[in-house]
Design a protein around this ligand. Structure first.
Ligand code: ADP
Ligand code: ZN
Ligand code: ZN
Length: 741
């Protein structure tokens, strides 16, 4: 007897290959089984989606190829995971195979069955030895954490009863992490197989959180209980982490956005820390929002658990027992006895989408306005740059304030959203500028290694000795980046002494300084130990870090965000400044003992901007209400819904022509009248790596209408690849709920 499994393999949405391919197998294969199948001349990894014993109508049985092999020893991917993938593919307009296969660790595709079996055996061996100390201990030996603040306790109580996604709106330093830790403990104790997923927006935030979770949970659940999943890991590490999560030996998975698609059969809690962060939105492949998928995933997992519970209670004459008695009985009448998967979105500056959802009651908002230890949020000091010496990068009052703090043994942080030494190198004789030959962008001058580097395509050259156009020897940097500010600060603070008599020390942290493995941890350590007095960096340093001795944070070119045409610019700037300010004064007792007060300095050319009034009052709700009112009147998200069709082509004209043709081809499609299609426009940086980029905006009043239209449009787009307008087209992609338009 033969079976006819439909198998999803990695096919990009625009390859035109449908959702799944049919193969033949002698065995019945459970949906979710990982298999190897032939595809053209290759053999590829696939996921069984369905396995009927009847050949589908119209299938040529003779031409159907056999499944080559099954990945033995690996449990099938469960129904909730498959549902998540199905949803993500459909919502973000990609193929099932592309999303499914991208969610699996790359190495799984390459290992032979023998190699995989060896890995699994090694894992089993390690697990059985680690298991010795892995028994949950009643007394965590000091691993139970501090006494909770009232706000933390109330949040946890509310969380335990919540039936909806929870928006944890907690000030910077209010102790959100402690709430995550306790919620994790509750979830893990609710069931012997329970798993928790904790997400952070950026890799550089994982070391700190990982340390805190390990410290808390390894004594309770053993050393293998926590694994990480992010793109900074080697393929072997990623495979090991994924396997641990998939087989259930890892109880906690800590990762970046990609972790939302990990296989977690026991998932009971998802934490999305800094949920407002744009990094949660993928900018390539399936452009998914990991935050939005987390909310969807929690819902699907809860439905699956509820269905299991019903099946169980029908099957057994006795109501299911609560197991080992670890789970504390919940208060009567709350209706929460059924197991579920919760999702917690945490932020001091929630996304307007989540804030709006809480306004509407779709999410449960829990507020923690106070800082741990009763510390104050930093006072805002605006420096009006119109009244500062011409050309000053760092205003004199700011430098004086920093000098004072350093002399008292406090740390400062200076934020600038540009790495490198200067964004442009220019010749003042002939007007030459360090443009990138491959992009419509300037190459950034990096003084440390004397290079000109394009931050878009990576093209790097040594700095020329003289102007390439006119031979002038006097080519000069224009504007400033982190390298230059670091250099200038070291000069300006040269005479400042620390309390120990040593010279003030300035360090820099950005994508350049943390490129080498281990350098991030090293730099964070020098900051934590107090070796460094001033840390200069990009937004990388503004987020999440729990530096204890910083009392002054300065943003020196904050305005640049305000003049962007992007309607999300104020939201992003407000969040960035709140986050940055949140690094100051985190240790209330230190600030008090110093007789100091923490401050957020912002250098600006527009001190009257209303954003600063809300920032001064630390009033996110007022800022959000004002922004939401503006968005509502303009029909912008979250009130309206958007998607972009993006095209890359050899010329800008070709990119736009194809987009406009695809829009024209949508005429008469079902749901066409529910959406507005705008004319194609070039992207802000329209050429990258010799490819011209353009996009076309689609707007709809409702998410459903947008989805229905996009689904109808997708096959038409594919067909449009054969139009004459497609000459020069390199690729196209749909971006649903884009963050930048
Ligand atoms: P957030 O993530 O909200 O900015 P954190 O979770 O990093 O804040 O907490 C800020 C600091 O307060 C951390 O150093 C943390 O260890 C400490 N902390 C949190 N909760 C408590 C508590 N209940 N008692 C004492 N210290 C706490
Ligand atoms: Zn010149
Ligand atoms: Zn370039």
């Amino acid at each position: 007897m033969s079976f006819w499994p439909s198998v999803v393999v990695a096919t990009p949405a625009h390859s035109g290959v449908g959702a799944a391919l049919t193969y033949r197998s002698e065995l019945s294969l459970a949906p979710g089984t990982l298999v190897r199948v032939p595809l053209g001349a290759r053999e590829v990894l696939g996921v069984v989606w369905d396995c009927p014993s009847q050949a589908p109508a119209g299938l040529s049985e003779a031409q159907t190829r056999d499944v080559t092999g099954v990945l033995e020893g690996l449990p099938a991917l469960n129904a909730s995971w498959r549902q998540l993938v199905r949803f993500a593919a459909q919502y973000y307009q990609r193929s099932l195979g592309e999303v499914a296969l991208a969610a699996l660790p790359p190495q799984l595709r390459e290992l032979s069955s023998v190699q995989l079996a060896r890995r699994l055996r090694k894992r089993a061996l390690a697990a059985s030895t680690a298991g010795k100390d892995a028994l949950p201990q009643e007394d965590g030996g000091g691993a139970n954490g501090p006494d909770l603040s009232d706000e933390q306790r109330e949040s946890l109580l509310a969380l335990a009863r919540a039936q909806a996604p929870v928006l944890l709106f907690g000030a910077t330093g209010s102790g959100k992490t402690e709430v995550y830790l306790r919620a994790t403990l509750q979830a893990l104790q609710s069931h012997a197989d329970a798993q928790v997923l904790v997400m952070v927006p950026e890799i550089n935030l994982t070391p700190q959180l990982e340390a805190r979770f390990r410290e808390r949970f390894e004594p309770l659940f053993g050393t293998g209980a926590l694994v990480c999943l992010h793109s900074g890991m080697t393929p072997a590490q990623r495979l090991a982490g994924w396997l641990a999560a998939h087989t259930g030996s890892a109880r906690i998975v800590l990762g970046t956005r990609m972790a939302v698609l990990a296989s977690l059969p026991g998932l009971r809690l998802i934490v999305v820390d800094e949920e407002h962060d744009p990094s949660y939105k993928s900018q390539e492949g399936a452009r998914y929002s990991a935050r939005d998928l987390a909310v969807y995933r929690a819902k699907v997992e809860t439905e699956a658990l509820a269905a299991d519970a019903v099946a169980l209670s029908q099957a057994s004459p006795h109501p299911p027992s609560t197991g080992s008695g670890q789970a504390k009985p919940l208060p009567e009448g709350e209706g929460v006895h059924t197991p579920r998967c919760q999702v917690v979105l945490g932020s001091a500056t929630p996304s307007l989408e989540s804030w709006h959802a809480a306004d509407q009651g779709r999410y449960l908002r829990l507020s923690m306005p106070a800082r741990i230890g009763g510390g104050a949020l930093p006072r805002l000091r605006l420096v009006d740059m119109n009244h500062q010496p011409k050309g000053a990068v760092l205003s004199p009052p700011l430098v004086a304030a920093m000098a004072e703090r350093i002399a008292r043994g406090e740390q400062c942080m200076v934020l600038l959203n540009r790495r490198g030494y200067a964004p442009v190198l220019a010749c003042h004789d002939c007007g030459w500028k360090s443009g990138c030959p491959h992009c419509s962008a300037y190459r950034v001058f990096h003084k440390l290694d004397r290079t000109l580097r394009c931050h878009h395509c990576g093209f790097t050259e040594r700095v020329p000795r003289a102007c390439p156009d006119c031979g002038n020897l006097d080519i000069a940097p224009v504007g400033r980046g982190t390298e230059q500010v670091e250099e200038q600060l070291a000069g300006l603070l040269a005479d400042v002494k620390r309390p120990d008599g040593g010279p003030a020390r300035v360090a820099r942290m950005d994508a350049d300084s943390t490129r080498l493995k281990g350098s991030l941890e090293l730099q964070l350590a020098t900051m934590h130990s107090g070796e460094v007095d001033v840390l200069v960096g990009t937004q990388m340093i503004a987020k999440g870090h729990d530096f204890r001795r910083i009392t002054l944070v300065a943003a020196i070119n904050a305005d640049s965000g305000l003049f962007a045409s992007d309607y999300r610019a104020p939201e992003r700037l407000f969040a960035l400044l709140m986050q940055a300010g949140g690094r100051a004064g985190r240790d209330a007792s230190f600030v008090t003992a110093q007789g100091s007060a923490s401050e957020l300095w912002v250098q600006t050319w527009t001190p009257q901007h209303p954003l600063f009034a809300a920032l001064r009052a630390h009033d996110f709700p007022a800022f959000a209400a004002q922004q939401l009112a503006e968005r509502e009147s303009a029909g912008m998200p979250p009130f309206g819904h958007q998607a972009l069709l993006r095209a890359d082509a050899r010329t800008q004209q070709a990119a736009q022509a194809w987009l406009n043709a695809a829009a024209q081809a949508a005429d008469g499609l079902p749901h066409r009248t529910d959406v507005t299609l705008y004319p194609a426009v070039p992207l802000t940086i329209q050429r990258v790596a010799n490819v011209e980029r353009a996009q076309l905006l689609v707007e709809a009043a409702s998410r459903g209408a947008l989805q229905r239209f996009l689904s109808a449009w997708q096959p038409v787009m594919l067909a449009c690849r054969s139009l004459p307008e497609a000459r020069g087209l390199v690729r196209f992609a749909v971006d649903v709920d884009p963050l930048v338009i």
